[in-house]
Design a protein around this ligand. Structure first.
Ligand SMILES: [Zn+2]
Ligand SMILES: [Zn+2]
Length: 103
């Protein structure tokens, strides 16, 4: 199973194409932009409570057979948050002082 490359930031809806260097993901592939992770979420995923890492970039060129964005395209399904901004703010405040490895 390949990583599902989701097309947008769940928080601000910014486009995050497969080569976006500012895409961040949690272990469940919840996807946000670096700006929202830093300033809105404080490195707390609002869906699972985990931390984030930069999303690796899938090559556009087929360097190895079948393994590129043309043959394995990103997801086209935009994802949106199911929590309110106030709820997320409270959730982040509760967890952001605990390092991800201790959550
Ligand atoms: Zn964002
Ligand atoms: Zn998550």
């Amino acid at each position: 199973m390949a990583l599902e490359l989701r097309p947008n930031c769940e928080y601000c809806d910014k486009d995050l194409p497969p080569n976006a260097t500012e895409a961040r993901i949690c272990t469940f592939e919840c996807t946000f932009c670096a700006d929202c992770v830093e300033h809105k979420l404080h490195n707390v995923c609002p869906n699972c409570g985990g931390g984030f890492a930069p999303r690796p970039i899938r090559p556009a060129k087929e360097w190895r057979a079948g393994l590129c964005t043309t043959k394995r395209p990103p997801s086209g399904e935009r994802v949106h948050l199911s929590y309110s901004q106030d709820e997320i703010k409270a959730f982040s405040a509760r967890l952001s002082d605990i390092p991800p490895a201790a959550r």
